[in-house]
Each structure stands twice: as C-alpha cells, then as structure tokens.
Design a protein around this ligand. Structure first.
Ligand code: LLP
Length: 433
C-alpha cells in the first residue's frame, strides 16, 4: 500500500489507521472524508524534529493550512506546537475560533484587501508575508491607526522553475506572487519597508512550488535567498531574523511515486544553509518551512458508494460514484493521479475492468480518475476508496449542482470523531434570500 496507515483486515476490508472503512461508511454515510489524525501528528513531529536538528532550535515548521482548513486541524496544529500559514480572513477566523494562537500565524496572499489587513491586525496576527508595495503601504497605515508595529516578511521570487505542474509553480520571475530578486524589485521593497515606521521587517520568504520531490529545488532557492540576505546586510545593514523557505515537498499518490525522505532532505538543506551562511559571513536566520500537502495528504481518504456502472462496448466503461469534482476537483483541474480501489474488497483479483471513475455532476469533466482497474463485477453498492485525498480536497470542495459537502471524520487510536458534519440542503440554501 502507498502509506503504512493502510491495511486490510481479517474480513478483507480496507482499513485506515487500523479502522474498518466499511464500518465507518456505514456509520457516517458516503461520500465521506476520513483523516488519520495520528498520521497528521506524526508528520508534524517529523518536520519539527528535522527542522530543529537541521537548522537549530530557532527553526519552526508552519502548516500551510490551505491544504485542509477546519477547526480540528488547527487544534492539532496548536497541540503539536506548529505555526500556521493562512491565506485569507476566513482561514484566520477558523484558526482563531479553534483557539489557535494567532501570534504564530503568517498571513500570505498576493492580494490582501484593506479589510483583510485590518481584520488580521485587529486579531493580533503574528506576521504578514507581504507580496507587494501597495500592501506595505496599507499595512503601514492600518498599523499606525492601531498604534502598533507590525512584523512582516517580504515574499520574494527567487526565479526558480521547480518542474512541477503549471498551476503550482510559483517561484518564477513571472509569477503573480511576490517581488522578483532578478528585476531589482525585491531590493526596492526591502529599502522601502526599512523606511516605514509601523512595519518591522523581520525577513524574507519564498515558495517555489508544490509536489516537489527534488531537494535540489530547495537548495537552489536557499542559496539565492541567502545571497540576497547577505546583499541586504551589506547594502542597508539589515540583519535578516527569519528566512521562510516555503512548502512543497511531494507526496505519493501512486505506488510508482517516490517516497521522499523528509528528514534527510531537510538535513541536506540544513547543511547547505550553514555552509553558505559562514561563506557569506552572515548569521543564520531562524528558518521557517511551510508544508501543507505533505502534512495531511496521506492521512486522508475519501469513500464513495458506487452507483451506475456503464459499459460502452468497444469504447469505454464508467463507474459512477455519489461524489465527484465537488469534493475532489483535482483531476478536473490538474489531471492529478490517485489510487482507487474497492474498500469492501481491495484484494479482489478477478478479471480486471478498465474504467473511468466519474462523479455525479452534470458535467463531462467530472472525473475522479481515468484508466482505473477495478474488479469486473464492480456494481452498485460497492464501496470505493480514493486514497491520499487529505490535501486540497475538502479545502477546494464546492456546492456545484447544489451537492452538499461530505462530512469529515477524524480517526485516532482506534476511535473516530466527527470533525465537520455533513452539509444539509438547508445549509446549501442558508444565504439564499
Ligand atoms: N507556502 C505557500 C506560500 C504556498 O503557496 C503553498 C501552496 C504552500 C506553502 C504549501 O505547499 P505544499 O506543501 O502543500 O505543496 N491546489 C493545488 C496546490 C496549490 C498550492 C498552493 N500553495 C493542488 O491541489 O495541488
């Protein structure tokens, strides 16, 4: 199996975190998002330990909460001593309402409105990761009104192409995010920020992309960022306190994907950072990393009930399920691969049946996965599992076709708890007048 939290029990059912998915589907209904909370905690600990050992005690791991944002996750992050990356007032509100300490939150986004900035400052956000100069001006004036000095990092683009899919490549000079080092805009932003009185510049941030397996990308990004840190010291006498290297470590969606050794990769970046700092004659800034996907992806699974099975002889076969692009738009958006199997008989090795697993939306693009092999007798009522759905599924879900979002159930040490209840039709009409 692609992750060690998956197994098959005595009655031949697929288990997540040791719990029978067929029983869980029976209890909570389908479609259903499951999260193995123990796996999430394990990943948080892997990052925290690896970072402290690679970069020293001042290093902190921040969870990029866009990957999966609901109260139970923010509670886990608070308990695990993680910081968080938030990208909207909605995420800030959710974190706050879960009791997450906002001084450990870093507020990203390429276009924060004045209302977002005022809300975040009013609630005591720890840091802004500032994208552009207009944002610096807005923070300066809102922080002045509030009578505070707001800590900020500047988001820079180091000019790296991470060779991942287009939608998630963000470190290139032509990105909509951040200010480029290459064009001189990063330097200008630094000088400008240093001249403001209600903004305290603490450091710099970069994020090169997502689903990155190659530590070379992080090494290149760190090298460029540290040279910039040295340049800013020389030019403006500015001492960078924090350097945030972003997120992006990849996860296994298929058993053919590599399994990145996160601790080893971070240790490698740690060695490179230490060597470069001493070569450049700068003090090592406190390092931040912002993993999202690799914290939650393989903790998650989505369960569906099979409905219509359609065979079009000589053409194609379809297995339709009771969810689809509304709970997982990632195949429709990125052609993202997933491992799909029948949860009620994962080991069924009868004649394979090649099919497309599709959703119930009124749209041909509503596909969860193409070219999947399921048992030839797959039929209405079978339970279908899509693995590794913990990242960017619930958080990107929608009510297209007025389909209610599935509930989220958290599993831990043999127990299961509802974390987000299933939406009702009333929820769907809540804002309709
Ligand atoms: N930090 C920043 C500034 C980011 O923009 C992101 C992801 C992360 C951290 C976390 O990256 P991760 O460790 O999760 O790769 N919806 C897309 C992914 C978008 C990623 C956006 N930024 C998907 O479903 O693949």
């Amino acid at each position: 199996m692609i992750c060690n939290n998956l197994s098959v029990n005595r009655v031949g059912h697929l288990c997540l975190g040791g719990q029978d998915t067929v029983a869980l589907a029976k209890e909570y209904g389908t479609p259903l998002y499951l999260y193995d909370a123990d796996r999430i905690r394990e990943r948080c600990r892997t990052y925290r330990r690896a970072m402290k050992s690679a970069f020293g005690e001042s290093a902190e791991a921040l969870y990029a909460s866009k990957a999966a944002a609901f109260r139970a996750i923010y509670r886990i992050m608070a308990e695990e001593g993680m910081g968080v990356d938030v990208v909207s007032s909605g995420e800030i509100y959710t974190a706050l309402s879960a009791g997450f300490p906002l001084e450990k939150a870093y507020f990203h986004s390429n276009n924060k409105t004045d209302a977002d900035i005022a809300y975040a400052i009013g609630q005591g956000i720890g840091y802004f990761v500032v994208d552009n100069r207009e944002e610096l001006d807005a923070i300066e004036s809102i922080a002045a009104e509030a009578g505070i000095r707001q800590k900020v990092l500047l988001r820079l683009t180091p000019g790296i192409d991470p060779h991942t899919y287009e939608a998630v490549a963000t470190g290139r000079v032509d990105s909509k995010f951040g200010s480029a080092i290459e064009t001189g805009q990063a330097d200008e932003m630094t000088a400008y920020a240093l001249g403001l009185s209600h903004v305290e510049l603490v450091g710099f941030h970069c994020h090169v992309g997502s689903q990155v397996f190659d530590s070379d990308v992080f090494l290149r990004a760190a090298a460029i960022m540290l040279s910039f840190v040295a340049e800013m010291k020389q030019k403006y006498g500015f001492l960078t306190k924090e350097l945030d290297l972003g997120g992006g470590f990849g996860v296994r969606y298929l058993s053919s994907d590599p399994e990145p050794d996160i601790a080893a990769n971070i240790a490698e970046v740690g060695r490179a950072v230490r060597e470069q700092c001493s070569a450049l004659g700068i003090e090592q800034p406190a390092i931040r990393m912002e993993p999202g996907r690799s914290i939650v992806a393989d903790a998650g699974m989505t369960l569906y009930t099979v409905g219509t099975v359609k065979r079009i002889p000589g053409y194609k076969n379809y297995v339709s399920v009771d969810g689809g692009m509304t709970d997982n738009p990632r195949y429709a958006l990125y052609r993202s691969p997933y491992t799909v199997l029948l949860a009620n008989r994962p080991h069924d090795s009868g004649v394979p049946f090649r099919c497309s697993v599709v959703g119930r939306c009124c749209e041909s693009g509503d596909i969860l996965q193409e070219n999947v092999e399921l048992p030839a007798d797959t039929a209405r009522g079978d339970l279908l599992a899509v693995l590794t759905t913990g990242a960017y599924n619930y958080s990107m879900s929608s009510n297209y076709n007025r389909i209610p979002r599935p509930p989220v159930v958290m599993l831990s040490k043999g127990t299961h708890t509802l974390a987000v209840r299933r939406e009702t039709y009333e929820d769907i009409c809540r804002n309709d007048l």
